[in-house]
Design a protein around this ligand. Sequence first.
Ligand SMILES: [Zn+2]
Length: 385
Amino acid sequence: MESVPISDRRNLSRRQFLAGSTVAAWTALQLGACGPTERPDRAAAVQTVLGPVAPQRLGATLMHEHAPTVDWSELYATPAAPLDSLRERMLTETSGMLNAFHRSLSAEDGPGAIVECTPIRVGRYPQLLVDLARRARVHIIASTGFWCEALAPQHPWAIRLGIEPDGAARMADLFAREISEGMEDPHGGRGERFTTIRAGAIKIGTSALMRPSEKAVHIAAAMASRQTGCPVTTHTTNGGGLEQARLLLESGADPGRVIIGHQGHMDDGRNAEAGDYHLEIARLGCYLQFDRVGAGNYDCDKQARLIHNLVAAGFERQILVSHDHVPYFYRAFSAETKDSHGWRENRADFTIVTTKLAASLEQLGVSHDQIRTILVENPGRVLAF
Ligand SMILES: [Zn+2]
């Protein structure tokens, strides 16, 4: 194990920390079955949809994207969106958008990667992601987990598990299975069929106030993360990041495996730029993710100011960035509303982070090395397990 300065130790996974500790054996005994799965036979790797990749081979990584689809049909109890007629165009156009991101990178920052943050049954099609990864020149990491109740109801599968006495543990088993063996195939009944395509992140989220079912999902995510070493990445809704972080850590998650997402606007629920709030989360050892760069209230200069604030306080190793783009979005409503929009197509520009945000950061005096830490090193570290 390479030596790591004390200040960086909070970012080590528990498995890495134990591996380097002289009291490793004793501590592992104390942790018992709760510790992450020990896999001394192989180095930590990033789990892409095409298989494990060494973290230093990712390059610049967009940590929260949806490519190509999001589909909320099941949340409204309506049939899944028709995909077949659009599939070929979806793959061609989305791989073109991702390849533009690849081309925006220098050789040393390539080939590039995205974390596809669409979790269970909201338009996550594992085979579609594999086909996209084969066409695109960037790596794709898929997500297990359940989305939250913000903007749409939560998935009935998550709600049902959330109210059962052993539901959180069973949900954790589902997440761990998707990470260790393969993701569920949404073409069958719930939990009926599984692929051999593995998830490499756990995506969860909260509404403006954390609902009981969302709390159960957080507890399950912490359990699955502890068991597998897989990182947890969150959706926040104008605040709630600190509550998420505290709950995940109380539930046993390693802070170096926790990514608090959708930062960059109203993160404390009050202020457009909540720099002090970010520092509170950073002091817990969690990552802060500015993942809507360029969109609406998340303009590049504002995101750069907030990132600079964290860099100036010494937290550059806990910052991640992305766009939260959705090239194909299907939002079908219930039969009562008679309001189905069909597929909405967005020309997503996946190069805003690597061009405009990088320029804004440079203007504020964030160095090339610090930008590289944020774009390349931090993703490689947090995604490897
Ligand atoms: Zn998202």
